[in-house]
Design a protein around this ligand. Structure first.
Ligand code: CA
Length: 364
């Protein structure tokens, strides 16, 4: 307010003096108008995930006094949600907000930009991206697709999904038809289950009819909206395939290079704001949603230990198989897993010790 008053007053003075350019503050003189389009992979109904792109765009606009505008489109408005990265590669849009693991069909290396089975949790993944060489490795890989990536939010550890019947042992996974995507589907195949690719809106009717036996989505806050508890009340945890599922902002390389340095810095800061804000929103909203789900009849179960052990073993086998045929995957995998091992060496001491005590104390 004060600044605007000053600009107005200064402009009036300058016009009177007949030298209007002297009045404009330095940033306004050098701030070109830039108008970008962002396509999200997500529907507006997922306010947590979709909202991260809006948070980012609003921050960019505010930091440039409205000179740099990024218009956010929901999945399907410009391009289908699962083709958001392709639209960035081709330059159809300047940027997108997406889950890199949607593109494992192009190359499984994309998965490390979101989550891999038995991978890093949300905090550890941020550490890897920002201070463990993770984004350098991912951007070296994304460059093949004309993409520059920026971490853009995390859901935290996801739930293991909704099952029509209880899973008592790993043998109960045989023949189980489960809606699940990406590399996790390939792990489940090794356990004898049958992964299914089904879009969000079609999951409920498939579960209700019994076309599928189980479905995973995100966690309490998002799952509640889809109402799965009514048709598949057994709610398992943890989602071992998404220990901390990250989203990313993808920017077209050439469009990024064209931006003034100030705008590059502003866009980088705005993505970081959205990144931290999304995790905070989930952490704030999940507890109440979990209480409501349990009151509505959801039955919480941890996955049996033999399911976790078998899935862990199958994941290691899968990584070895892919690494044999894909050098890019092996390079990122080896760095990521070395980082994970050191993270858990540390995590078992203070983080886990503190959380384990607080959970006991709360129950007592
Ligand atoms: Ca999921």
């Amino acid at each position: 307010m004060e600044r605007r008053k000053f600009i107005k007053a200064a402009s009036v003075g300058a016009v009177a003096a007949g030298a209007s350019t002297l009045a404009a503050p330095a940033i306004a003189q050098t701030a070109p108008k830039v108008s970008w389009r962002l396509t999200s992979s997500f529907p507006k109904s997922l306010d947590t995930i979709f909202g991260a792109a809006e948070t980012m765009a609003k921050a960019v606009s505010e930091m440039t006094d409205g000179a740099f505008q990024i218009q956010v489109f929901a999945g399907g408005e410009l391009v289908p949600g699962l083709q958001a990265a392709d639209a960035v590669t081709s330059g159809t849009v300047e940027m997108c907000h997406t889950a890199p693991y949607y593109y494992v069909g192009k190359d499984p290396t994309f998965a490390f930009g979101t989550a891999v089975p038995f991978g890093l949790n949300s905090r550890q993944l941020s550490a890897w991206f920002r201070h463990g060489g993770g984004m350098e490795l991912m951007n070296e890989f994304f460059a093949k697709y004309n993409i520059v990536g920026f971490p853009g939010g995390n859901t935290g550890t996801q739930m293991g999904g909704w099952f029509r019947k209880e899973i008592k042992t790993v043998a109960d996974m045989t023949g189980l038809k489960m809606r699940i995507g990406g590399l996790a589907g390939r792990v489940l195949t090794k356990l004898g289950a049958v992964p299914q690719q089904i879009a969000g809106g079609d999951i409920y009717p498939s579960l209700e009819k019994g076309t599928i036996d189980a479905a995973e989505w995100v966690g309490p806050y998002d799952d509640e909206k889809l109402g799965f508890y009514k048709v598949a009340p057994h709610y398992y945890y943890p989602g071992w395939w998404e220990g901390g599922a990250a989203l990313q902002f993808f920017v077209n390389q050439a469009k990024w290079a064209e931006l003034p340095k100030t705008y590059q810095a502003i866009l980088t800061s705005a993505t970081a704001l959205a990144d931290i804000d999304m995790q905070a929103k989930y952490d704030a909203k999940n507890p109440a949603a979990l209480k409501r789900l349990v009151q509505a009849g959801a039955q919480l179960h941890p996955f049996p230990t033999d399911v976790m052990d078998a899935a862990h073993k199958a994941s290691i086998e899968l990584y070895a198989e892919i690494s044999k045929e894909n050098a890019a995957f092996k390079k990122v995998h080896d760095a990521y897993m070395a980082f994970r091992n050191d993270e858990y060496l540390w995590w078992q001491i203070a983080e886990f010790g503190y959380d384990a005590f607080m959970i006991r104390a709360r129950r007592g």
